[in-house]
Design a protein around this ligand. Structure first.
Ligand code: SAM
Ligand code: DTB
Ligand code: SF4
Length: 334
């Protein structure tokens, strides 16, 4: 895997030039990058589980789990290890090869008792032979080291949008906090899953700036999730307008060209997309999804619907890899 960038990262102007191409010209280019790096028609299936739900101190304007907003969500304590393992076994039996556990925390530190519990859970999931992803908020050096040691392969930590727009959606932590945690996860040897959300009132420039920042990291993310806003009643973005499918396809295509060897993950919002819309996203270069009937708190397509879609399109689920990719050469070039 070539995730360490040695070629110059693409700049905003170049990303904009790509984004503004006639749609089929853009998709023609992204398709060529995709087939050059991913010869097999495979989609990675990652199942999500919220292991600690709601009651979060942070004020992310889109989130059902923030304690700042009056949403219908019932907060829940950290799950027992056996409950999590049963869910992971079910996800594996359905066809998932990666299991991602989310916790509604500001973050975890090396000395936290909750970190002991999470590490115990991670060890159990790793023993199932699945890729193990966690998303727990900010990490310090020690927490990152311990998670890696317990068997985490990937850390999900989205930058969500541009640095300029970020303070308009979150005030309880900063964009730089997000970048620091990405750095901690990478230093500890975990791969990083980082992307964002579209449809929060940001401009196309914000969306492309998000890709520019991720592309400028010394080690680019192994996975880039593109979420479409799922409006949650009671949050400031509860009335967010739907995103046009072609805007999503354009961003996926630009992400594919920018991150040739990363997974580009078609993420939240798929329940609102048609089969044809999703097929176009895959054609443009998306090669990973969240799989199973629930995201963290919001609905996702049923597993059997997704398996049928993938079969109808001729895709196979991607096999798991449990070794963190060793950055070994030149990465993304535009
Ligand atoms: N608390 C951790 C954190 O902030 O990183 C992990 C969980 S958080 C829910 C993970 C990501 O899910 C967010 O960064 C955001 O990109 C996405 N997300 C959350 N709520 C969403 C929504 N309503 N619509 C779309 N994406 C959402
Ligand atoms: C990501 O980028 N999307 C996932 C995962 N990483 C953790 C979460 C989507 C959450 C959607 C809203 C919800 O379920 O509450
Ligand atoms: Fe908390 Fe994460 Fe939701 Fe922000 S996105 S409110 S940090 S759970």
């Amino acid at each position: 895997m070539a995730l360490l960038r040695t070629a110059p990262a693409p700049k905003l102007d170049e990303l904009r030039r790509l984004y503004e191409l006639p749609l089929f010209e853009l998709v023609h280019q992204s398709r060529a990058v995709y087939t050059a790096h991913w010869p097999d028609p495979e989609i990675q299936l990652c199942s999500l589980l919220s292991i600690k739900t709601g009651g979060c101190s942070e004020d992310c304007s889109y989130c059902a789990q923030s304690s700042h907003y009056d949403t219908a969500l019932q907060p829940e304590r950290l799950m027992e290890k056996e409950t999590v393992l049963a869910a992971a076994r079910r996800a594996k039996a359905e066809g998932a090869t990666r299991f991602c556990m989310g916790a509604a925390w500001k973050g975890v530190k090396g000395g936290d008792a909750k970190l002991d519990a999470v590490c115990g859970i991670v060890e159990g999931v790793a023993e199932l032979g699945m890729e193990v992803c966690v998303t727990l908020g900010n990490l310090d050096t020690e927490a990152a080291r311990r998670l890696k040691e317990a068997g985490v392969t990937a850390y999900n930590h989205n930058i969500d949008t541009s640095p300029e727009f970020y303070p308009k959606i979150v005030t309880t932590h900063t964009f730089d906090d997000r970048l620091r945690t990405i750095g901690e996860a990478q230093k500890a040897g975990m791969s990083v899953c980082s992307g964002g959300i579209i449809g929060m009132g940001e401009t196309v420039t914000d969306r492309l700036r998000m890709l520019e920042v991720l592309a400028g990291l010394e080690t680019v993310p192994e996975s880039v999730p593109i979420n479409v806003i799922t409006p949650i009643p009671g949050t400031p973005l509860g009335d967010a307008e739907p995103v046009d499918i072609f805007e999503l396809v354009r961003l996926i295509a630009v992400a594919r060209i920018t991150f040739p060897v990363s997974k580009v993950r078609l993420s939240a919002g798929r329940t609102k997309l048609s089969r044809e819309g999703q097929a176009l996203c895959f054609y443009a270069g998306a090669n990973a999804i969240f799989f199973g009937s629930k995201l963290l708190t919001a609905p996702n397509p049923e597993a059997n619907e997704d398996l049928r879609l993938l079969r109808d399109l001729g895709f196979k689920p991607q096999a798991p890899y449990t070794d963190v990719p060793v950055p070994d050469s030149v990465a993304a070039t535009v």
